[in-house]
Design a protein around this ligand. Structure first.
Ligand code: DAH
Length: 343
């Protein structure tokens, strides 16, 4: 055992002193010490002779020895190929640092942030809610009782253990949560991820993002709604954009409307984005249904309000002319890096 230790010490000195002028002699070193018939292997073979109670101690010494030889080999290799760039750079402190590629925000985050900042300038603040919702907040409180046909369009994912729980289908559930708090007036926008049970295609996905808006106070009128969303589209798409409102139906608003903007690609002449109609649909809106206010404990004789909801993917699609929804979640850097510029 002591003999072995001495041997290792000697080899270490030998290794320490080893010099390699070229790649060939570095390779000779490897064969002599680290090869399959090399010294390190052969010393390891002598482990058998070591008495049981010292095996652990000796094993450690052997490992250190092996590591020692490997480190030396790495050094010899580097020195014999003239030094890698890394080692060279270390010596020359005047060289510029390595350029690291900068990441960028996801297009959906860019657009969401832009939407949020436009409404913040109008005095709206951000409210958030859970993505796993209960039936009441996602449907029933919004005038969508069980068996209501409008639930069909918003089929979602349910949680087996808790049949009352589901993945929210829209951010309108956050309006309910805010209204239930009973602090009036309310002027909020609710950005967030929502889910639907849809087959994934270019135009549908099982999850997407929405921004919901809600304003409740005394004397809030449809004119306030129109002006608010008109201001938004002008800030988002430019002053020249035109809008139109079409009557629509949502169980939680009365009257309800859908807002279109003049096509940002063709300016109204007709193209693929607007399906040759000159208009693209961008949001749903309306005056909050009085029943909803009552459902949430707000006096509907005193207060009125408006609400609107839009899809972030939709706004991004119009803003950047992206025509396949799947691109947003494929994480293809060639797609993502096109959105570095601030919007
Ligand atoms: N929640 C609706 C949806 O997901 C969007 C919406 C429409 C929200 C009109 C509203 C609204 O607040 O007033 O389809």
């Amino acid at each position: 055992m002591e003999e072995l230790l001495q041997k290792i010490e000697l080899y270490k000195q030998e290794i320490e002193a080893y010099k390699a002028a070229d790649a060939e002699s570095a390779e000779e070193f490897r064969i002599k010490y680290l090869g399959t018939k090399g010294l390190v292997k052969s010393i390891m073979g002598e482990m058998k002779q070591v008495p049981g109670d010292r095996k652990k101690e000796f094993g450690q010494i052997l490992n250190d020895f092996k590591q020692f030889a490997e480190n030396k080999y790495e050094l010899l290799k580097t020195a014999s190929d003239g030094g890698t760039t890394e080692v060279k750079n270390l010596k020359d402190y005047s060289l510029p640092g390595d350029q690291l590629p900068l990441g960028s925000r996801h297009p959906l985050s860019l657009v969401r942030n832009r939407i949020v900042s436009i409404f913040q300038r109008l005095g709206f603040s951000v409210a958030e809610g859970p993505e796993i919702e209960d039936d009441w907040h996602n449907f029933t409180a919004l005038n969508l009782p069980e068996n209501h046909p409008a639930r069909d369009m918003q089929d979602t994912f349910y949680i087996n253990q808790k049949p009352d729980w589901l993945l929210r289908t829209h951010t309108s559930s956050v309006q309910v949560r805010e209204m239930e708090k009973g602090q009036l007036p309310i002027r909020i926008i609710c950005p967030g991820r929502v889910y639907r049970n849809e087959t994934i295609s270019a135009r549908a996905h099982c999850f997407f993002h929405q921004v919901e808006g809600l304003y409740i106070d005394e004397n809030v009128s449809f004119a306030d709604l129109k002006q608010t969303v008109y201001f938004f589209v002008q800030e988002m798409f430019g002053k020249e954009v035109r809008v139109r409102f079409r009557p629509s139906y949502f169980p939680f608003t009365e009257p309800s409307a859908e807002m279109d903007i003049s096509c940002t690609i063709c300016g109204g002449d007709g193209c693929q984005l607007c399906k040759h109609s000159g208009w693209v649909e961008i949001l749903g809106c309306g005056m909050v249904h009085p029943q909803l206010l009552e459902n949430c404990g707000i006096n509907s004789n005193k207060y009125t309000g408006f609400a609107f909801g839009m899809g972030v993917e939709r706004i991004t699609q119009i803003k950047y002319n992206v025509n396949d929804l799947r691109m947003y979640s494929q994480n293809d850097v060639r797609f993502l890096k096109q959105f570095t510029a601030g919007i």
